[in-house]
Design a protein around this ligand. Sequence first.
Ligand SMILES: Nc1ncnc2c1ncn2[C@@H]1O[C@H](COP(=O)(O)OP(=O)(O)OP(=O)(O)O)[C@@H](O)[C@H]1O
Length: 313
Amino acid sequence: MTGQVVVATHGLTKRYGGVTAVDAVDLQVHAGDVYGFLGANGSGKTTTVRCLLGLVLATSGSIELLGRPMPASAASVLPRVGALVEGPAAYGHLSGRRNLVLHDASGRGERGPAGGGRRDRTARAQEVLELVGLGAVGKRPVRAYSLGMRQRLGLAAALLRRPDLLVLDEPTNGLDPQGIREIRGLLLALHAQGTTIFLSSHLLAEVEQVCTRIGLLDRGRLVLQEPLATLRAPTGRTVVVTPDPDLALTALDGQVEGRDGERLLVRVPDPAALNARLVEAGVRVAELGPERRTLEEVVEERTHARAGDEVPT
Ligand SMILES: Nc1ncnc2c1ncn2[C@@H]1O[C@H](COP(=O)(O)OP(=O)(O)OP(=O)(O)O)[C@@H](O)[C@H]1O
């Protein structure tokens, strides 16, 4: 299954009147990915997710989910997709568990573990409640739930059918750091079990910790789509922190590209070789390692790269 394309779009475009919310986007999500779909507010993430799930119709372009065209194959594809889009809806006067049972019963198409009678549904609901950490409060009415609990209930609903693909739009919205950590752990566990995850978010640090591949939207356009490991690969420079920066500057003769107090950026790709040279020259080294860009730096660079492109209309 790994390597198979589970989400593919070609030239996906969505216009609302004069606003192009999504602009010729070519997405590729492979089986086994945790795909981090990044972009500032209003960049078009939610619209893209809605198009993927057949909730809005694209203006042009094509979409395939799990190898089948969307929305034409929605009836057969969607039962294999778990989705959490823009804040989960639930009946406040009913318990979390009852909401899940209703959700289960109303689902389109039945597959695998889904189906069965009321007892099966209740058991399944309890199972996913426990998975998202709501096992003990499943019988309470949802109106008594905190925002974080509601978010987790939404995630539980998305997991009911043991989906092959999980599509989550800002799943940590409104959660506190503890809640964010819990969702992160859950996503990692699901990923380890083989679920492919498409996660839209504007929280770079979160995405950096769970995702294997990154797509970045900037004003409706996909300006970056690469494995995280590639983006975070060493830049070919080495960072040195030393209490003897002047001595280091002399010893490295022209290879220092930047200096910030005791921190030097050196145009040498091999930290071990550089360390040997510094020690030999009598330079004390406090820290030394390959320079890597953070996801935040990459995103800023790609987003800014287009800032000057704007043609006034
Ligand atoms: N139903 C709609 N009618 C008109 N314009 C819309 C509609 N939905 C979205 N848009 C516009 O499309 C653009 C992209 O919005 P979208 O909600 O997809 O962005 P987003 O990246 O998900 O942002 P956020 O993180 O704020 O949800 C915005 O300019 C928005 O105003």
